[in-house]
Ligand binder design. Structure first.
Ligand code: URA
Length: 203
């Protein structure tokens, strides 16, 4: 059965009920964004933190503030992009999400990507990277593009929170944002890409 959704809000409300992620028993609420990105750019983080859990929206805490600085550096706004997470619920005490939690949220993230049909996926950190480029190492892969079998390019970046713990990474992340924007300039516009993605998106 192919599910059809009127908008992202409806999609999220459906998957908030139809998922068996155990974290939903301990989190305040699922965390998601409801506006599609104006520039077809989807960023994928790891899992919500405390502020996200309270507000129900991704990247609204300290990591989100640095993400905004990164976007600002290359002239992008939050509405140009869409942010999601591999796991939709906050893990207790911000521990790493476990494999079974990532698996439980997998179809939800797939559904978001199928709905949005992004021009590019930007992975933030190792959990999102390994979801699209298995066995890749973030330290050697950041700043590079990988062609996913769906033919959606995947651009690897460190997680913004990593730069909060290790400020030396900030400069690297600003440089990677510049590389991302250079790459985007070479990509076809959203409308031209849509038809190809419709056929090929099998994440
Ligand atoms: N870190 C993440 O990976 N996701 C968020 O939404 C916030 C912080």
């Amino acid at each position: 059965m192919k599910l059809e959704f009127k908008n992202l809000k409806e999609l999220h409300e459906y998957y908030a009920v139809h998922n068996n992620c155990k974290l939903k028993d301990v989190a305040t609420q699922p965390v998601y964004e409801i506006d599609p990105p104006k520039e077809g750019i989807v960023l994928i983080g790891e899992a919500p933190g405390k502020n996200e859990d309270l507000q129900g929206r991704p990247f609204v805490g300290a990591a989100g503030k640095f993400l905004n600085d990164l976007l600002d550096h290359v002239g992008l706004q939050r509405e140009d992009i869409y942010v999601s997470n591999v796991v939709k619920y906050r893990p207790p005490a911000n521990r790493d999400p476990q494999e079974e939690e990532k698996d439980a949220c997998r179809v939800w993230l797939n559904a978001e990507l199928l709905y949005i049909k992004p021009r590019i996926i930007v992975t933030l950190g190792r959990h999102a990277l390994s979801r699209f480029v298995p066995d890749a190492n973030i330290s050697s892969c950041h700043g590079n593009v990988f062609m996913h079998k769906s033919r959606i390019p995947v651009f690897a970046m460190f997680h913004p929170a990593a730069a909060l713990y290790n400020p030396n990474l900030k400069e690297t992340m600003f440089k990677d944002m510049e590389k991302l924007v250079d790459y985007l300039k070479k990509l076809p516009a959203i409308e031209e890409k849509e038809e190809a993605i419709n056929d090929l998106l099998k994440l």
